[in-house]
Design a binder for this molecule. Structure first.
Ligand SMILES: [Zn+2]
Length: 437
């Protein structure tokens, strides 16, 4: 398996003022180039093809005085428009659904969130472009005492390259040394330059002997079930990773923010503005790493709960559920799990799990209900089961040749899990259920 990673290396603090000013004007000019291309994309409804590029290439090259970097700017503009068009298409589809089904709350929300064309707000900040091997390289330098790595990029003056000293940390070195460098970006964040390097490396594929179905719950972080073809489930095939630590820290942070707000201490408030995000990212990354390292010889299948935030609009009488969803970033979690699994050669899939939480894993019926948030009941075969594990089994089963493990899963979901033990004491809610749960 070929894995592409992006390594974010800071530019060395010892870089000269002169070089910095060259960098500033280079990135300003390429941003202008991207903007120029973007304008052409809008005016002529370009698709990003080779012919499109040829048609306006000379014009942009002369107008923006970009030289050969015109190409990179075209690629970036083309990418921006492609993603915009895709996002807009998905948005239009959702609006149509919301209109047809009369879901006004969702519609109102959607209308506020129409994807914007590139550069709608003018040229706010810089747009980094990708330098590939034709326009730049990351090299190990023997001459420079300052650091081991430099980035060399084409400048606006023909034939002249700029050497930028880098300041890689220890953990940057492995990927830089072992992988093949594909391309890189010059990115300015908070007044400092970084080089984002795309590195491709080969990770040996692990043989797959089992499927690990994972359900990202709202209440408990990660529930997973290991499914092996032609083998009954055992108690240690079930696992729960809770996010108690993360929640603790976030709660404490929130308290602190509230205190500072009451006291109107804006300066310290500003300082911890991004902390919330960083804390969640840190714990999510940690959890994803744990999934990856405990999934040897598995195919990891994480349920992708599409549209779950939208289908729970405000005022649907479930404020508690909404509150929990508000801070629940399954998209990021799935991305992290896929990234971490790729690093160790574990294949990871994210199927659309629309029905996985409603379907009974034993008989396949959707004639089911939730007795509580965490307890699942099937009207068809009378199964009462841990809801998270039920979803996990459904998600994982999709990748098995046949759902052989179904009969054997009874009772096992209770083991090693405090919350699941309560199941035994539960009764179905009503004797006359509605279809679909
Ligand atoms: Zn059933």
């Amino acid at each position: 398996m070929l894995v592409v990673r992006t390594v974010r290396v800071p530019v060395h603090y010892g870089i000269t003022k002169r070089k910095l000013s060259i960098l500033d004007s280079l990135t300003a000019r390429t941003t202008y180039g991207v903007w120029l291309w973007s304008k052409l994309f809008k005016e002529h409804k370009l698709k990003g093809s080779y012919a499109d590029r040829r048609r306006f290439y000379e014009q942009v090259k002369v107008d923006a005085k970009l030289g050969s970097l015109t190409q990179c700017c075209f690629d970036t503009a083309s990418w921006m428009w492609r993603s915009y068009r895709e996002a807009h298409k998905a948005w239009r589809r959702n609006v149509a659904i919301a209109r047809r089904e009369g879901r006004h709350g969702w519609l109102r929300k959607l209308l506020r969130r129409e994807p914007q064309e590139p550069f709608t707000n003018g040229m706010n900040g810089k747009v980094p472009i990708w330098f590939d091997s034709r326009f730049g390289a990351i090299e190990q330098s023997e001459h420079m005492k300052l650091c081991g790595y430099v980035a060399r990029v084409s400048t606006l003056r023909r034939g002249i390259k700029l050497t930028i000293p880098l300041n890689p940390a220890k953990y940057h070195l492995d990927p830089l040394e072992q992988g093949t460098l594909k391309s890189f970006q010059l990115v300015k964040r908070h007044g400092k330059y970084f080089v984002h390097v795309k590195v491709e490396s080969a990770v040996p594929d692990q043989p797959v002997y089992a499927v690990r179905g994972i359900d990202l719950g709202v209440k408990r972080s990660i529930a997973s079930v290991m499914l092996k073809p032609n083998q009954p489930l055992r108690s240690n095939d079930f696992s729960i990773q809770t996010d108690g630590l993360k929640r603790d820290r976030l709660n404490r942070l929130e308290k602190r923010v509230a205190e500072l707000r009451r006291a109107k201490k804006w300066a310290p408030l500003k300082q911890i503005r991004h902390k919330r995000l960083h804390v969640s990212e840190y714990y999510d990354r940690l959890a994803a790493k744990q999934v990856a390292t405990t999934s040897q010889n598995c195919l990891v299948a994480v349920g992708y709960p599409k549209g779950i935030k939208y289908t729970n609009p405000t005022g649907n009488g479930k404020p508690r559920q909404r509150r929990m969803l508000a801070h629940w970033t399954y998209g990021r979690m799935i991305r992290y799990i896929q990234e971490e699994c790729a690093k160790v050669g574990v294949p990871a899939e994210a199927p659309d799990e629309r029905w996985s939480s409603r379907t009974c894993h034993r008989c396949g019926s959707r004639h089911t209900e939730r007795i509580t948030q965490s307890i699942f009941h099937c009207w068809n075969c009378k199964l009462i089961y841990n809801a998270d594990f039920n979803s996990s089994i459904n998600i994982g089963s999709r990748f098995l040749p046949k759902a052989t493990t179904r009969q054997a899963t009874d009772d096992l979901a209770y083991t090693g899990d405090e919350q699941a033990r309560e199941i035994v004491a539960c009764k179905p809610r009503s004797p006359h259920p509605l279809m679909g749960g």
